[in-house]
Design a binder for this molecule. Structure first.
Ligand SMILES: [Zn+2]
Length: 269
């Protein structure tokens, strides 16, 4: 097809918010952009989430954000560690029957695999799962990406940055099904703060209508709810949702490989 004939549809994925935020929340090939993590000049694009958490073939429209080379590369080792740890934990706890790597010998000797094994054995002995610093660091980093991309908030500048108030995560085997279902549900927005107009997250807002029928009679009451839906980056591998509470805290929930459940809370300082 002639490229000139392609009809470009209106896309909510495009950032439509205040232009002064554009260099912080969008990556383009031209212009000056700022690293979402340190606020410095950005010279690379950061995939959000990183491809290490996804399987091939990767989704076509992976989100990208501006980042400097130093920050972008600074997370790679910990991201690989986190991915191997999650995968190992899934395998050791019996939630998958294979390690996601052809070279199993190498993985079995990997530090992340051994750490996951040690933590799961301790868990089976009745101990709590420890909070792993590398995993917390990676989850915080991923949450920053989702906050910036969806809410146009949480990027770093010279004068302010978002600080994590809490980083919590656990695994499917440590969460009853009811709790997982509640975690997975839409986020009701009635009591939340709406993000900056034009932020990409508006694509994820839905109005649900509930019809309440009188038990003995014909009366009906219709009630509408605004909810925030999850972003499914890759089915069964990675999804997230981000929102802002009335107290200005920013919340990001992530589910990785249908197995790790995380919630990160930020506040701007
Ligand atoms: Zn940076």
């Amino acid at each position: 097809m002639d490229e000139n004939n392609v009809v470009r549809e209106f896309s909510f994925k495009e950032y439509m918010g205040p232009p002064e935020l554009l260099p912080h929340v969008s990556f383009t090939r031209k212009g000056t952009h700022f690293c979402i993590y340190c606020g410095g000049r950005s010279d690379t694009r950061e995939h959000a989430p990183s491809r290490v958490f996804l399987r091939r073939p990767y989704p076509e429209d992976l989100r990208v954000l501006p980042a400097c080379k130093k920050c972008n590369n600074g997370f790679s080792d910990d991201e690989l560690y986190t991915e191997v740890y999650i995968d190992a934990m899934k395998y050791i706890s019996g939630r998958s029957n294979a390690i996601n790597d052809e070279n199993k010998e190498r993985i079995y000797k990997n530090k992340a695999f051994l750490d996951a094994q040690r933590d799961f054995v301790a868990y089976c002995d009745g101990k709590e799962l420890p909070t792993n610093i590398k995993i917390s660091k990676v989850l915080t980093k991923l949450a920053v990406c989702h906050c910036v991309y969806e809410l146009s908030e949480g990027y770093s500048t010279d004068i302010w940055e978002a600080t994590p108030v809490s980083v919590k995560y656990t695994f499917a085997f440590d969460m009853p099904k009811l709790e997982r279902d509640a975690f997975d549900y839409f986020i009701p927005m009635m009591d939340k703060k709406l993000p900056i107009i034009g932020s990409r997250v508006y694509n994820k807002l839905y109005v649900l209508e509930a019809v309440l029928q009188e038990f003995r009679g014909d009366n009906q009451i219709k009630q509408q709810f605004v909810v925030m839906n999850w972003t499914d980056v890759q089915d069964g591998e990675y999804k997230y949702v981000a929102w802002i509470e009335k107290d200005e805290t920013m919340h990001v929930r992530m589910v990785i490989h249908d197995f790790l459940y995380a919630e990160i809370v930020f506040r701007e300082k």
